[in-house]
Design a protein around this ligand. Structure first.
Ligand SMILES: NC(=O)c1ccc[n+]([C@@H]2O[C@H](COP(=O)([O-])OP(=O)(O)OC[C@H]3O[C@@H](n4cnc5c(N)ncnc54)[C@H](O)[C@@H]3O)[C@@H](O)[C@H]2O)c1
Length: 383
């Protein structure tokens, strides 16, 4: 790595690296995947996306016409042969694996699908990478929920125990175990079975940002309620989560992918990407701040959830490793992220079309996450 600025990556320096890089991105039709697709496109990467069709209507992917930004393949990561063929034929330099069933409450309803997508899907992806002679960097996106959460008041580090009491969390812990097993068995210098490729995993917490329309997530639930002039109902207002704008961990995924590509095995491990400790907020504080930004009579109310679906009260991440090794750091204040998020949803609610929402997305990437960027990148309408 030649560039070590903490927080905001320098746009031009990043562009020098990413321009022309071939990126195979799974989960590109999802919330984080769509933001990543816009950012990679701005940086000049050539991306092939592989995912199911968008799972919500509307979706960030559809609202910003993101299919135009990549070679868009609708496919299931459980279809090992189709995934392998799509990846190998593309000859990627870098693979970022973000496809997953990401919702805790849905995982109670659909535990088998959650495990098959999250665990077997990751195995299929890593096996596809084994068949490729071009891949030089792999980042697997997991979650802060991969840790065995003892509700400690201090933050988890990468070498803490994995666990997970609900199907989603357990599937992400399994994804971590699988990623490590494939790294050590098939992608390390000691393995005679494959060639050496750095494989890293990225653990981030609850994110928000414009364009997320998933069920059972705080900010999308807020938008749906506020648009009907109803209060947002929340189950655990006192729970503390590593809330961040989605661009914060995405900046981490891109840094990690680059570090693995340039620095090799030294970066092939797990990294936390969480908010700075002074930016930790409860669910109630985030809901209040978002309601204020939405305006009007937006408000929230507390209703106890079903006890067996209760989520952890505290979950904190120590991101010291990512800061020291990757030069990653929180780029924006969490309230600036909420300002941008409210502005994004409001523009969508007021009927902005794909060109306007794509331009707003790109402006927010520059404003929230990049160090000096070319002036024209901030101009609406840039494609
Ligand atoms: N959003 C968060 O707060 C958060 C927090 C921690 C970790 N994560 C992780 O980040 C990643 C992206 O999450 P998101 O919030 O963008 O979720 P999302 O639901 O918006 O997107 C998920 C993506 O995965 C794809 N996908 C799901 N199952 C698939 C399958 N069987 N085959 C192919 N594609 C499939 C979907 O089509 C979609 O493109 C996931 O790995 C998730 O676990 C998200």
């Amino acid at each position: 790595m030649t560039e070590r600025a903490v927080g905001r990556p320098n746009f031009q320096v990043e562009q020098e690296f990413w321009a022309g890089k071939r990126v195979f991105l799974t989960g590109h039709t999802g919330f984080k995947g769509s933001w990543m697709l816009h950012w990679l496109h701005m940086l000049g990467a050539v991306t092939r996306g592989y995912a199911l069709a968008p799972g919500t209507e509307p979706s960030m992917f559809g609202l910003t016409a993101a299919s135009a930004l990549c070679d868009h393949i609708v496919g299931d990561i459980r279809d090992a042969e189709r995934l392998r063929a799509a990846l190998v034929a593309f000859q990627p330099d870098i693979v970022i694996h973000a496809a997953a069933q990401p919702l805790v409450r849905r995982s109670y309803r659909e535990p088998v699908d959650t495990f098959s997508s999250n665990v077997m899907g990751t195995i299929n992806l890593l096996e596809a990478c084994r068949s490729s002679d071009s891949v030089a960097s792999i980042v697997v996106v997991t979650s802060d929920k991969c840790y065995a959460n003892a509700e400690w008041p201090f933050a988890y580090r990468e070498n803490d125990s994995l666990g997970g009491k609900d199907p989603y969390s357990a599937s992400k812990a399994c994804t971590e175990i699988v990623t490590r097993a494939w790294r050590e068995s098939f992608f390390s210098a000691n393995s005679p079975l494959s060639r050496q490729v750095p494989v890293a995993s990225a653990r981030a917490g609850n994110v928000f940002g414009g364009g997320d329309y998933s069920e059972d997530r705080l900010i999308p639930d807020g938008v749906r309620a506020f648009m009907k002039n109803e209060p947002l109902v929340i189950r655990s207002p006192d729970a503390v989560r590593p809330w961040q704008h989605c661009l914060e961990p995405i900046a981490g995924y891109l840094r990690l992918a680059r570090a693995c590509y340039e620095g090799g095995a030294a970066y092939a491990q797990s990294y936390n990407f969480g908010p700075a400790s002074e930016q930790l907020l409860t669910v109630g504080e985030i809901a209040t701040a978002f309601a204020e930004r939405w305006g009007g009579c937006a408000a929230w109310t507390h209703e106890a959830g079903e006890p067996h679906l209760k989520e952890a009260g505290v979950l904190l991440l120590d991101s010291g490793l990512a800061q020291r090794s990757l030069g990653w750091g929180q780029a924006s204040d969490v309230f600036a992220g909420l300002d941008a998020t409210a502005a994004w949803y409001r523009a969508a609610a007021e009927g902005a079309g794909p060109p306007e929402l794509a331009a707003l997305t790109r402006t927010q990437i520059v404003d929230l996450a990049c160090a000096p960027a070319p002036a024209e990148l901030s101009q609406p309408g840039r494609g």
